[in-house]
Design a protein around this ligand. Structure first.
Ligand code: UDP
Length: 239
């Protein structure tokens, strides 16, 4: 069911099994397990406690985590991209008439994301939305609004680690069943950003496309080789 990388248990079944197992939780944080998020967790005890708690599922979001699972000798069945999982969850919410709340990105983006989701999923119940530019230690009004709407799923798109810190801090308080940090997904759904072509996604080169489109990401890319190297070192240390 899971592959251990450092202190993390990475979900190693397919996306169908993941959707099934989400049903078994009263409350769950779906963590996009890419090197950036996982490295942040290793440097922050609040995140680490949350990511390793029984209420978190870490998905292998990206080719690097797939490679790491092979290094530790317990390969995951498939890569699970956060944005694809978000789409499956949204579809499920539409068919089961469960409400969602969108938190994050700029006001313009979250509004456009809202419109595009409603166009794609006509019966989807989007209970509310809010931009992601606020202090997470000072956001009582937003929390009260989410409590009032009582969504089953809360998607948080504020980038890493802000979105994960928000979820770790408030998941006990908020009434939602599923919490998921979705990074730049609202931008993609809103149409501000395009995903890489399918062939690039299939060969694990989506990150090349993202850096070409948003060159500022080049600095953040160094986390990938560092993380893979750390996994390799850890493996040989324990041999
Ligand atoms: N963002 C936000 N609040 C902030 C900083 C960023 O809502 O304080 C939003 C930003 O508008 C964008 C998303 O977070 O929509 C950025 O996510 P990023 O691309 O960094 O995430 P990744 O996909 O790389 O995890």
């Amino acid at each position: 069911m899971t592959t251990r990388i450092f202190q993390y248990e990475i979900f190693n079944e397919n996306i169908g099994a993941l959707l099934e197992s989400i049903n078994n939780y009263e409350k769950v944080h779906i963590v996009s397990g890419n090197p950036e998020v996982l490295s942040n967790g290793l440097q922050n005890n609040i995140l680490l406690d949350n990511f390793t708690s029984k209420n978190s599922i870490i998905i292998p979001d990206g080719i690097s985590t797939v490679i790491c699972s092979k290094i530790v000798g317990h390969p995951v069945k498939e890569k699970i991209a956060g944005i694809e999982l978000m789409d499956c969850i949204v579809k499920k919410c539409e068919s089961e008439n469960r409400g969602i709340y969108l938190l994050g990105a700029t006001q313009e983006t979250v509004d456009m994301c809202n419109i595009n989701l409603r166009t794609k999923y006509r019966e989807l119940n989007i209970l509310g939305s809010h931009d992601g530019y606020f202090e997470i230690d000072n956001c009582e009004e937003i929390l009260v609004e989410i409590e009032k709407f009582n969504p089953q799923v809360l998607f948080v798109a504020m980038g890493c680690p802000k979105q994960e810190l928000f979820i770790a801090k408030y998941m006990d308080r908020l009434p939602c069943n599923v919490f998921m940090g979705v990074g730049g997904s609202f931008d993609i759904i809103a149409g501000n950003l395009k995903r890489a072509p399918k062939w690039m996604i299939n060969i694990g080169m989506e990150w090349v496309y993202r850096v070409a489109k948003e060159p500022f990401r080049i600095k953040r890319l160094s986390t990938i080789p560092k993380f893979i190297l750390a996994v390799l070192k850890d493996k040989y240390k324990h041999k």
